[in-house]
Design a protein around this ligand. Structure first.
Ligand code: UT7
Length: 329
């Protein structure tokens, strides 16, 4: 019998726009304060894209860093996947723009959308393609410019989000199996709790829809919070079960960075000590698709997780969608 094809992580990378928006800056924009934002969310600052920067620019920055870490040339990639809710345009895809910016042609490139769980959905896609032999080397990117779909007059949401991108290069391997397991879930009946109403077939752009701010995010925070905790716990448990690993085997827990209180509640329910939990929410805010991959990249670069060690990635977002993955770095 032939040996099963595994997936090897070749390299990761991140890109953050230069501009930093602090809680003090937000105090000048809406009726909020550093104390509320810090105690209710754990956030201190977030990166904001420059007016001329678009999502594929952030994706390019992260991809170039990931390719450098992977020590391969872009020409070796045979599929590009981009997870985003803020693509450059409604269509064509950000993945197509990224392909051109990387100087590539002809290889398939597409976006996938699962909100904050999108990167983990992307991991599932990439794992399946590589294991089936359909594609060998995949560039997977999570990139979002949430500042473009934020209502900057709404204190309930505008303090929470930021911009950034992360990328990972994955390749087929006979020896390694770094994406040990991925588990996904969704429940569309919760879509009214976190959404952007305008821009799709329900509410095409009109002068009225723009005036009504339908092209910015709406979130019912408390209800989202209530659902995020059990679903992230479930995603971690399911990914662990599929992997055949136990919590004791895991070096680092890397959760979606939407709220420090959510992260603490999930860690408590899973019985994971906080010093085994990766946190960068204070520097990034919630960057949706980019969150788990930029966190993983930082964890690798800062030595919080070392070669051969296992991490659990967990995310939850609009849809609702959720996902967990056990990976070996
Ligand atoms: O990534 C996708 C998934 N997203 C999430 O997981 C986010 C989940 N939700 C949350 O993180 C939290 O629900 C929030 C951070 C959004 C809000 O925290 P909360 O503890 O649920 O606060 P709340 O919405 O119940 O608001 C409490 C109070 C309200 O005032 P009153 O009505 O009690 O007088 C809000 O108006 O805090 C007020 N408030 C603020 N005050 C100062 C809301 N936002 C702010 C603010 N500054 N920025």
């Amino acid at each position: 019998m032939n040996k099963k094809t595994g997936v090897k992580i070749l390299g990761t990378g991140s890109y953050f726009p230069k501009k930093i928006l602090t809680n003090a800056d937000l105090e000048k924009m809406v009726d909020t304060n550093d104390e509320w934002i810090t105690t209710r969310t754990g956030m201190k600052e977030r990166h904001i894209a420059a007016p001329e920067e678009v999502t594929s620019d952030l994706a390019l920055g992260a991809s170039l860093e990931a390719l450098k870490a992977a020590k391969i040339d872009a020409s070796q990639i045979d599929l590009i996947l981009v997870s985003t809710i803020t693509s450059d345009m409604f269509f064509p895809t950000t993945a197509c723009y990224l392909q051109t910016k990387l100087g590539l042609k002809d290889i398939p490139a597409y976006d996938l959308l699962a909100a904050c769980s999108g990167f983990i959905y992307g991991l599932a896609n990439a794992k399946a393609y590589i294991e089936s032999g359909m594609y060998k080397t995949i560039l997977l990117v999570g990139a979002d410019i949430l500042s473009r779909i934020t209502d900057w007059t709404d204190r309930n949401t505008c303090v929470l989000f930021g911009d950034g991108a992360g990328a990972i290069v994955l390749t087929a391997s006979e020896e390694d199996d770094d994406i040990v397991s991925v588990s996904l879930g969704a429940d569309g009946s919760y879509s009214p709790l976190l959404y952007m109403y305008g821009g799709g077939s329900v509410c095409p752009a009109t002068a009225e829809s723009v005036a009504a701010k339908h092209h910015t995010m709406t979130m019912h925070g408390k209800e989202v919070f209530r659902n995020a905790v059990p679903k992230m716990v479930l995603a971690a448990e399911q990914a662990l079960e599929k992997s055949g690993k136990k919590l004791e085997d895991i070096k680092l827990f890397i959760p979606h960075q939407a709220n420090m209180r959510i992260i603490e509640a999930v860690a408590k329910k899973l019985n994971i000590p906080m010093d085994s939990v990766f946190i960068n929410i204070h520097k990034t805010g919630n960057i949706s698709s980019a969150t788990t991959i930029t966190a993983l990249d930082e964890a690798i670069k800062t030595g919080k997780i070392k070669k051969g060690e296992l991490a659990v990635l967990v995310a939850f977002g609009g849809g609702f969608t959720w996902g967990g993955a056990v990976i070996r770095v």
